[in-house]
Design a protein around this ligand. Structure first.
Ligand code: NAD
Length: 462
């Protein structure tokens, strides 16, 4: 049996050895999932809702345990990890209402009655990345289960522990055997088999754009439906008329949260020329103030990077001659520590400006006017997120409509709420997760027409 060793990113210590499944295990899982799904879909909608509410209750009772696991496996600060575990319970609670609200439509037609049904797809594969293992898994499995599907869930190789635990908690909550199965394994083995298996009707993939494109191609021969949540290189656009103090004080948290390992990280700060010097003066102490350290400490705001290979990738964007404006602090010693780093490249096509770094490295660039700000914000293959700082509401709305991204915030860095849709434009993805419509992404629309005989004696019955 193939195994993998997991290490604590904060100190390098050995954490666990995990068995990696093979392709045959995926085939067996699909068979079990099909059986479980048929029974689940036959349940009354209220019973499926109760199942999800019970799951939410069990997750909420294990928030501390799940958070501690995420701290150890992923290096997330404990306050953030608690939020993530609580968010899973919130997402389950939100979608527990969905089975009773999977409305179809009655459409006026001649000669009878026409209606639509939202039918479950069947078996759904959810493939997650290592940066937010719990939350991203729940965005897939909660609405998919609500819509009457079974779910196979593959966590990323580096961070499977909380996902494995969520699978156990689902069973503890009484979800039927086989309905939600966690399949740890390699992307090239378990992930690929999930995508190509003819019994899997839909795949929700979250990860890099490169792998997402491969998943889409692998899904094509079986015409398997995909939702793709991919990379990002989002802009934080700061106009001179904004509350510069607030814009600068919050900018580090818009990019350095989760050590920058966030698909929505505002990793390109764009500042109007006339406010640039003042903004940089304000940004320096804000970056120095980010509390980087032991993720198990309640006061910590930023932990280590997830792994050594990832640390090396991030470090490659800050060579000795990099245009470093200033940096924050990071602990010495073992662990994948990387300080918050601010770069000011002179070229608009610098590698650090164009590529997703996925670490605590941000670039700051100047723009001339509104049109230049929009052009710069859109000068990327990605289109996931972004922020706009201005006191001019009309400008805020003009720019928000012009930026090609799925999730924008004005005078804030908010991206994710379970009640609102989330996803990317351009190479940041296809489809949307979360929000009221998410369960419908896990259904097929069926149209049924019922012929109605003409009234044989219309005058008499009138
Ligand atoms: P990755 O693409 O390397 O891996 C993601 C998942 O895909 C892992 O579980 C991996 O095992 C699996 N995988 C790898 N090869 C596969 C294959 N051939 N077939 C099927 N599955 C395969 O991504 P990562 O490094 O884990 O995550 C970081 C990336 O994820 C970043 O680019 C980030 O922006 C993106 N991301 C996007 C969102 C979003 O919602 N848009 C959210 C979080 C992360």
């Amino acid at each position: 049996m193939t195994t993998t060793d997991l290490h604590n990113p904060a100190d390098g210590s050995h954490l666990a050895t995990i068995a990696l499944l093979d392709a045959e295990a995926v085939d067996d899982a699909v068979d079990r999932a099909r059986t479980a799904q048929r029974a689940w879909a036959r349940l009354a909608p209220v019973a499926r809702g109760e199942g999800l509410r019970a799951f939410a209750t069990v997750v909420r009772a294990h928030v501390e345990e799940l958070a501690a696991l995420e701290v150890a496996n992923s290096g997330h600060p404990v306050g953030q990890a608690r939020w993530e575990a609580g968010h899973v319970a919130d997402v389950l609670t939100y979608y527990a209402a969905a089975p009773e609200r999977l409305f179809g439509r009655q459409i006026p037609v001649a000669g009878g009655l026409d209606m639509t049904f939202a039918e479950p797809i069947g078996v759904v594969g959810v493939i997650t990345p290592w940066n937010f293992p719990m939350t991203i898994a729940s965005w897939g499995f909660a609405p998919a289960l609500a819509a009457g599907n079974a779910v196979l869930l593959k966590p990323a190789e580096w961070t499977p522990l909380t996902t494995i635990r969520l699978g156990e908690l689902a069973a503890e909550a009484g979800l039927p055997d086989g309905l939600l199965q966690v399949l740890p394994g390699k992307g090239s083995v378990v992930g690929e088999r999930m995508v190509t298996h003819p019994g899997v009707g839909k795949v929700v993939f979250t990860g890099s754009t490169e792998t997402g494109a491969r998943v889409m191609a692998a899904a094509a021969p079986t015409v398997t439906n995909v939702t793709l949540e991919l990379g990002g290189k989002s802009a934080n656009v700061v106009f001179a008329d904004s509350d510069l103090e607030r814009a600068a004080a919050t900018a580090p948290y818009g990019v350095f949260d989760n050590a920058g390992q966030d698909c929505c990280a505002r990793s390109r700060i764009l500042v109007e020329e006339s406010a640039y010097e003042r903004f940089m003066e304000l940004l320096e102490p804000a970056v120095a103030g980010v509390r980087v350290g032991d993720p198990a400490d309640d006061a910590t705001e930023m932990g280590p990077l997830v792994s050594r290979p990832h640390w090396e990738k991030v470090a490659s964007y800050v060579p000795d001659d990099a245009p470093v404006a200033f940096r924050g602090a990071a602990p010495d010693g073992p662990g994948n520590w990387f300080p918050p780093t601010v770069l000011t490249p002179s070229s608009r096509t610098d590698r650090a400006v164009v590529e997703e770094i996925f670490g605590p490295v941000v670039t700051v660039q100047r723009f001339r006017d509104e049109a230049d700000a929009i052009a710069l914000a859109n000068a990327t293959a990605y289109g996931l997120s972004g922020s706009i700082w201005t006191r001019d509401l009309s400008r805020a709305l003009r720019v928000a409509r012009a930026v090609e991204a799925g999730n924008l915030s004005v005078n804030s860095h908010s991206s994710v709420r379970y009640a609102t849709p989330f996803g990317g434009f351009k190479q940041s993805g296809i489809g949307r997760e979360l929000g009221p419509d998410a369960p419908f992404a896990f259904t097929e629309t069926k149209n049924v027409f019922v012929h109605v005989d003409e009234d044989p004696a219309p005058e008499e019955s009138a």
